[in-house]
Design a protein around this ligand. Structure first.
Ligand code: HDD
Length: 749
């Protein structure tokens, strides 16, 4: 080693000489400063693997749990080895003919390392490529027993789950806060086999028949020539498709509403979208729609925030989910069902239950809670878990079956098929994150990436050589029963039922269910998106669709585009609004909400410390923003500086007491982090507060902080000030429960 070090030293010296013409010190050269950090020379006791590192339990071909040794692939052994377990002396230098000579082909370690690296990437998902996942637990309430015999829904039954949230359109590296639908896919590792509920945060879909999925996705993805825009629907091909294909108008309206820009994955509803068929222990069936209801309520960003975040923190939703779980603010959703009688026509109150472009308003069929999901742990390895998880609407358990919804029927094909190229073969259910927790005893054999060491000689039925195993299970052994639904005699056709022709009544239902402020946001979203289109004909055609939804909506958007508002072309019965669709008006828990606190190190730090404790005790996350990082005094540490903080990260802002500016202070237009205390005059404080005001967030100030609000002329609804920090904290909690200061938004609709 000494010899090698000497040689390395020689080389460094040579380099140092070679570059000596440039007047720069060479790190590591003889005589230069030693490096600040030394690499450890002794192996340390490796950290214990996290509990979730083991992945779901592996079950061998005989149904017996496999040994732990088969699972341990984590990086916690003492010595570096090759993939075949050979201990390595050096992974930093390739084997060469002399220090300056060519690299030798025989260097297996070099080739293994580079080859493996070259193949590290797998194709991203064709849709829903960008996502974030988490582990958790689902606990059944037992209330679903009347409709489903699924054991995991039984009272108190705990089932491990993995949930993946996603955007639909963007690539893996795209921003989280774009206007888009969000995926909400849940894998329940039940003892009767894996059940996947592969839903979205929007209860309807663009198309009624899965055969059109490639069309809608091709239209919404970036243009094939320039591959722009990334993760956006604001472009010609998307609006071309939905304006021609008016069954997409309902889903589009949801995307243009605040639902298209969620505040957090934690504050989204989830929907199974399709109607499913459930079977209870008495053999009775019912039709069911699944809903996830977030405990924190349904909340959204405002459009400007979403746009700013896409640049300032493209990982906003991913980070929010991760941080909330790490901080113990475990996100929760109740699973609920709307239940309908399983009548032959599969229609409820005139709504075709097999049409995935329709909802059933909660006022007509209440969502009945059947269990609670809590996300408790972040993935240990993003690729292994979040990237490799493979969902499938066909992963069902006894008691839950599919219906003939033609969108669902096509999905039943697509989800296995896509994994063949994405995960490289048919054995993706053997990947740890996809492994069932129920014993697996299939007769699927061989294929790429086969990990099971199957025993026995007869993977076929019937057989006598393996004792006739495996046997069929009866329904009393927990077998899945296909519900023997009668299919009416019919001709083979490529047609939809007539009920599918109503493309507008429920879009209007959604529009009329919104409060004025939500309608205002919808008008702005359509105006923005269509304003980004180039083709006049597309804008005009979409305006006709809007005219068929609502006159006011159409004329406001037309005005924004500078086009005449067209006449309505389609008549239908006026729908009854569904107030349950609105996000405004309720008060929700505030756990895990982020509060930015502007602190002046020269101000009243005792009051700040006290307020911080109160906010933490209430489950909120206060982040101190100061002119400089590090220690602020009184035990307080800055988490953000004026250079790193931006309002969009916070749900509310508090301006804590600041020392008054010196009488001759000049507004520090170019103030930087680390400058002397400039809180009262720093324009970045003004920007923080003004943006929060514009985005209708709650604002509080106490002590001297009030003068900063006065200076900025910030007052009115949602602005709370007091001498005493305790008063403003109380007010702030109440304001945050409503999510936004709704009355502050201007409305003209
Ligand atoms: Fe899909 C992924 C949700 C219609 C074909 N879909 C995917 C994911 C979600 C949904 C949440 C991401 C799963 C994950 O996190 O891995 N998809 C939906 C919903 C739909 C829907 C709620 C309508 C109600 N999907 C749909 C149709 C087809 C597909 C009609 C094809 C006919 N979806 C796919 C896919 C994906 C997928 C190509 C891409 C990656 C994957 O499956 O694993 O197979």
């Amino acid at each position: 080693a000494k010899k090698a070090a000497k040689k390395a030293g020689d080389v460094v010296e040579a380099v140092a000489q070679a570059v000596s013409l440039v007047d720069k010190p060479v790190p590591g050269a003889p005589g230069s400063e030693p490096p600040a950090f030394e690499e450890p020379t002794e192996p340390r006791t490796p950290p214990a693997p996290k509990p979730d590192q083991a992945g779901p339990q592996v079950v061998s071909a005989t149904g017996e749990p496999a040994g732990d040794d088969e699972l341990v692939r984590a990086q916690h052994g003492e010595f570096l080895t090759t993939s075949t377990g050979l201990r390595l002396r050096d992974t930093d230098h390739s084997l060469k003919a002399g220090p300056r000579g060519p690299t030798l082909l025989q260097d297996h370690h070099l080739r293994e390392k580079i080859t493996h690296f070259d193949h590290e990437r797998i194709p991203e998902r064709v849709v829903h490529a960008r996502g974030a996942g988490a582990h958790g637990v689902f606990v059944g309430y037992g209330t679903a027993d009347a409709v489903s015999l699924a054991e995991f829904l039984g009272e108190g039954v705990e089932t491990p789950v993995f949930v993946r949230f996603s955007t639909v359109l963007g690539s893996r590296g795209s921003a989280d806060t774009v206007r888009d639908t969000r995926g909400f896919a849940t894998k329940f590792y039940t003892e009767q086999g894996t059940f996947d509920l592969v839903g979205n945060n929007i209860p309807v879909f663009f198309i009624q028949d899965g055969i059109k999925f490639p069309d809608v996705v091709h239209a919404a993805k970036p243009h094939p020539d320039r591959e722009i825009p990334q993760a956006q629907s604001a472009h010609d091909t998307f609006w071309d498709f939905v304006s021609l294909h008016t069954e997409g108008q309902h889903h589009t309206m949801w995307n243009m509403s605040d639902r298209g820009i969620p505040r957090s994955y934690r504050t989204m509803e989830g929907f199974g979208v399709h109607t499913f068929r459930c079977l209870n222990a008495a053999g009775e069936t019912s039709l069911v729609k699944f809903h996830w209801k977030p405990r924190l309520g349904v909340h959204s960003l405002v459009w400007e925030e979403a746009q700013l975040l896409a640049g300032l923190d493209p990982d906003f939703h991913r980070r929010d989910l991760y941080d909330a779980i790490e901080s113990g603010a475990h996100p929760q959703w109740e699973l609920g069902v709307q239940v309908f009688p399983d009548v032959p026509e599969q229609v409820f109150e005139g709504i075709d239950l097999l049409d995935p472009t329709k909802i059933v308003p909660e006022e007509l069929a209440p969502v009945q809670p059947i269990g609670l999901l809590t996300l408790t742990a972040n993935p240990t390895n993003f690729f292994a878990e979040t990237e490799q998880v493979a969902f499938h609407v066909g992963h069902l358990v006894p008691g839950i079956d599919v219906t003939d919804d033609p969108l669902l029927q096509a999905r039943l094909f697509s989800y296995v098929d896509t994994q063949l190229s994405r995960l490289g073969g048919p054995n993706f259910n053997q990947i740890p994150i996809n492994r069932p927790h129920a014993p697996v005893n299939d007769m699927l054999r061989d294929g790429f990436h086969q990990h099971a060491d199957h025993t026995g000689v007869a993977p076929y039925r019937p057989n006598s050589l393996d004792g006739g195993c495996p046997f069929h299970a009866g329904s009393t052994d927990g077998a899945f029963t296909d519900v023997p639904v009668t299919v009416p005699a019919a001709s083979k056709v490529r047609e939809n039922p007539a009920s599918y022709d109503d493309h507008f009544s429920q879009v209007r239902l959604f529009w009329t269910s919104m409060t004025p402020v939500e309608q205002e946001h919808i008008v702005s979203a359509y105006s923005f998106e269509l304003g980004k289109c180039y083709e006049q004909a597309i804008k005009e055609r979409q305006l006709v669709a809007l005219a068929n939804i609502d006159d006011e909506l159409c004329s406001r958007v037309a005005q924004g585009l500078g086009l005449p508002a067209p006449e309505r072309t389609i008549e239908y019965d006026e729908p009854e609004p569904s107030p349950a669709l609105s996000q405004v008006g309720e008060i929700w828990p505030t756990d895990g909400r982020m509060v930015g606190v502007v602190v002046d190190p020269a101000g009243d730090l005792e009051a700040v410390a006290e307020m911080r404790e109160t906010l933490l005790a209430a489950g909120l996350l206060p982040l101190l923003i100061a002119p400089h990082g590090g220690d602020l005094g009184n035990g307080l540490v800055a988490q953000r500086t004026f250079a790193t903080a931006r309002s969009v990260e916070f749900d509310a802002i508090v301006v804590a007491g600041a020392a008054p500016p010196a009488p001759d202070a000049v507004p520090a237009r170019d103030a930087k982090a680390g400058d002397a205390s400039t809180v009262a005059s720093d324009p970045r404080v003004g920007l923080l507060v003004e943006e929060c005001f514009r985005h209708s967030k709650s604002i509080a100030a106490f002590g001297e902080g009030r003068s900063i609000l006065d200076e900025l002329a910030i007052s009115g609804a949602g602005v709370t000030t007091s001498d005493d920090a305790a008063d403003v904290v109380d007010d702030l909690m109440t304001l945050l429960g409503a999510h936004r200061v709704w009355e502050r938004f201007a409305t003209t609709v």
